[in-house]
Design a protein around this ligand. Structure first.
Ligand code: UD2
Length: 313
């Protein structure tokens, strides 16, 4: 099968591309390299068709979509605080860009469009775990854009018969997550700090919790969302069903790394929610998804990667 992966040079995208190539599929990657890196695709160099371009340009997408059986749409400005700082840019890429991907996928008559949605759609309603039936109440511009992407995907199903599925990722972590920006995912920031013997920064009291999901499980669920019969038109949580607080994470990291970790605590970030945890029964039932990497094991694998990539001792 032929897959177009937008954002395929990024953290999640490149891991997904590795797996698609391993399964013998033909892969086109479209990435503007704004946060993605060509080096993330080193292991599949020569085996994929990498196109450097933006989803904001419809013609680029139309060309990339030609002949595709599946489109997996990951390209996005993927940060809550960045969206608070610059909502227009996030809106342009995440909403206008997604609409372009949908139009190109529709015109290319692909079998299914799969969208990387986000748990941020749930906002701060206190009930846990989050089920897909709960109302979406995003509290950040980023959350709004990701929710709109799901709606657009479903509308393209209704209006044009385009098969679609969305997976709401819950705090994905693992090898290749870029720690270099202030907007990077918290686990990558923590590991980067620990490697350099710097104190990790915790925004708030560290008692906020997240459903940290290891990359391999997210890749598995996303590929299931492409193929599973009965998945079209649906939105699935992409998590593990468990959660950990940042203070718990720091404790486990201390055990794994063997280093004494003293975090510094700063005021909470605007747009942050307190707790997040997925109910994954729908994904279990419809996709046959079952997370396979325990949080601690995922942290160990990730720490091993950061040490080799960033030279920690
Ligand atoms: C949101 C989404 C997630 C995904 C992600 C994309 C939720 C619950 N999750 O993740 O699904 O779409 O955005 O970026 O909305 N923090 C620190 N120190 C740091 C960095 C972060 O304490 O150095 C805190 C941060 O304030 C937050 C928590 O860690 O309370 C998680 O932050 P994050 O940026 O890793 O991810 P989050 O939850 O905004």
């Amino acid at each position: 099968m032929r897959y177009l992966v937008t954002g395929g040079a990024g953290f999640i995208g490149s891991n997904l591309v590795d797996e698609l190539v391993r399964r013998g599929h033909t892969v086109v990657v479209l990435d503007d390299l704004s946060t993605g890196k060509e080096s993330n695709l080193d292991s599949v160099r020569g085996k994929i068709d990498l196109r450097i371009g933006t989803i904001v340009d419809l013609a680029t997408l139309q060309s990339a979509c030609k002949g595709a059986d599946y489109v997996i749409h990951l390209a996005a400005r993927a940060s809550v605080p960045k969206s608070v700082a610059d909502p227009i840019e996030t809106n342009t890429v995440n909403i206008d860009g997604t609409l372009n991907v949908l139009v190109a996928a529709r015109d290319a008559k692909v079998r299914r469009f799969v969208f990387a949605a986000s748990s941020s759609a749930y906002g701060e309603s206190p009930s846990l775990p989050k089920t897909e039936k709960m109302a979406a109440e995003p509290i950040s511009p980023y959350g709004v854009t990701k929710y709109v992407g799901e709606l657009y995907a479903q509308v393209f199903g209704h209006a044009y018969g385009l098969e679609n599925a969305s997976v709401r990722y819950f705090n994905v972590f693992g090898p290749r997550q870029d720690p270099s920006s202030q907007y990077s995912g918290v686990l990558s920031r923590f590991m980067y700090a620990v490697i350099h013997n710097d104190p990790p920064t915790v925004f708030g009291d560290g008692e906020q919790s997240r459903d940290f999901t290891y990359i391999d499980d997210v890749v598995d669920e996303t590929l299931r969302a492409c193929e599973a019969p009965g998945a079209s038109g649906k939105v699935f949580n992409g998590g593990t069903g468990a959660r950990a607080t940042l203070n718990q994470v720091l404790k486990i990291l201390q055990e794994i790394t063997g280093k004494k970790i003293c975090a510094k605590y700063e005021p909470p970030r605007t747009g942050d929610i307190l707790h997040s945890q997925a109910d994954i029964s729908l994904a279990r039932k419809v996709l046959g998804y079952k997370p396979s990497v325990q949080f601690e094991e995922g942290l160990r694998r990730t720490w091993a990667w950061y040490k080799s990539a960033y030279g920690g001792k």
